[in-house]
Design a protein around this ligand. Structure first.
Ligand code: HEM
Length: 407
């Protein structure tokens, strides 16, 4: 049997079990060293080529022979929920899972709103939100996930989009359910429909108003809907994509960032004495955890070869950002957490055409949240040992379900 045939016929299960909450499943380091492109069985059924080296992941995510469109045959689904997201009725505006030219058309409508300059303008408001949330933490004990990280990132994305924060329980609960690997396809479809109905009503109200407002949805209505460049369902889909992608990821990253710093007192002390390290610390935290921990899925539309392995049209690919970000060929001593390292070329926000649109916003939120917590709560410490926390191993984004702290 040729090597190619042997690899194709003997898939291993996608490694998902961690032995340490701060490290990846140990099999991944072995695969990265010995079989950097290998066939794996996926938890939701089917199989894909698992790609684990930084150079291969970066190259593939720029390769137009791979598609992000989940309606194509062979597209790999790590979670059953993604299958529901692939249905035609859920796809309008969801450019994360589209290819050029549709992806380019929709993404271009938003790039101005997410540029560094625009995000800088929001920073004073984010700082005020951080301070108000810290003011509200009473009694010397709190869960930083539910009482700080989620409220902060939801308030920020609501402010940006023009969604009333008073409705946050509706969309926060639904989007949490969308991210869970536990729900069936039918459940996920129901949650998606509820979110669409909620956002549809909001967009309709703005479209009917004489002045749709100077928030992102209002601007899409005024600049693009009224000129016929997008339709109503596309705006609903774009707003939902931003709402869901924008708060869940960053909230989990804030939780993991605080936990990681508290568990590395030497690094925490460095950051406390030199706030100028905050930007580098944020990059290292993003690299170290890479919370989109099951990677990004694609399907080949043409034959291509990577690391000597042929990938045929219709075969799925899972670009494992988390394994790439621990690649010793790129990051010295990659399993060490070191805020002094140069980590900016990490792939935690993906790479290529779909690289995270909200990355400057996420960076600003993380930096402001961390500096605010360190400044205002100098005695911050865990209320339970890190090993007793409940980790989001079952969710599309890694993190902690709760982070009980004292100060
Ligand atoms: C720490 C926080 C975040 C992480 C780790 C993260 C991670 C990612 C990753 C890995 C991708 C690429 C997915 C792929 O290639 O299939 C992505 C895309 C995206 N992210 Fe983020 N993200 C974060 C925060 C945000 C925020 C705050 C927003 C919006 C307000 C956002 C909006 C988006 C959008 C719209 C896309 C799709 C881009 C496209 O397809 O062109 N993300 N994100």
């Amino acid at each position: 049997m040729s090597t190619d045939a042997a690899v194709r016929s003997c898939p291993v299960a996608l490694p998902t079990d961690r032995t340490d909450p701060f490290d990846l499943p140990p099999e991944l380091a072995v695969l990265r060293a010995e079989a950097p492109v290998t066939r794996v069985e996926l938890p939701a059924g089917g199989w894909a080529w698992l790609v684990t080296r930084h150079s291969d992941v970066a190259r593939l995510l720029r390769d137009e022979r791979l598609s992000a469109d989940p309606t194509r045959p062979g597209f790999p689904f790590v979670r059953p929920g993604l299958r529901a997201a692939a249905r035609a009725e859920n796809r309008a505006g969801q450019f994360l899972r589209m290819d050029a030219p549709e992806h380019t058309r929709l993404r271009r409508l938003l790039t101005g709103d997410f540029m560094l300059r625009e995000i800088r303008r929001l920073e004073p408001e984010i700082t005020a939100m951080v301070d108000t949330l810290i003011d509200g933490l009473a009694g010397g004990e709190a869960d930083l996930v539910s009482q700080f990280a989620f409220p902060l990132t939801s308030q920020v994305i609501c402010r940006l989009l023009g969604v009333p924060y008073a409705d946050h329980e509706q969309f926060q609960g639904r989007s949490r359910q969308l991210f869970s690997r536990r729900h069936s396809e039918a459940d996920t479809q129901r949650f998606a429909a509820q979110l669409q109905a909620y956002m549809g009503a909001l967009v309709d109200a703005k479209a009917a108003a004489e002045d749709p407002g100077d928030d992102l949805i209002g601007r899409l209505v005024r600049r693009h809907l009224r000129r016929g460049e997008v339709d109503r369902d596309e705006i609903v889909g774009i707003a939902l994509l931003l709402l869901v992608a924008g708060h869940e990821t960053t909230a989990n990253m804030i939780g993991m960032a605080v936990l990681t710093l508290l568990e590395h007192p030497g690094q925490l002390a460095r950051l406390r004495t030199d706030g100028g390290l905050a930007g580098a610390a944020v990059e290292e935290l993003l690299r170290y955890h890479t919370i989109v921990h099951f990677g990004v899925p694609r399907v080949a539309v043409e034959e291509l070869t990577v690391a000597g392995q042929t990938i045929r049209p219709g075969e799925g690919v899972l670009a494992l950002l988390a394994a790439a970000n621990r690649d010793p060929a790129v990051f010295a001593d990659p399993d060490a957490f070191d805020i002094g390292r140069e980590a900016r070329h990490h792939l935690a926000f993906g790479f290529g055409a779909h690289q995270c649109l909200g990355q400057q916003l996420a960076r600003a939120e993380l930096r402001i949240a961390l500096l605010g917590l360190l400044r205002r709560l100098p005695d911050l410490r865990l209320a339970v040992p890190a090993r007793e926390l409940s980790y989001r191993t079952d969710m599309a984004t890694y993190g902690v379900h709760a982070l009980p702290v004292r100060w």
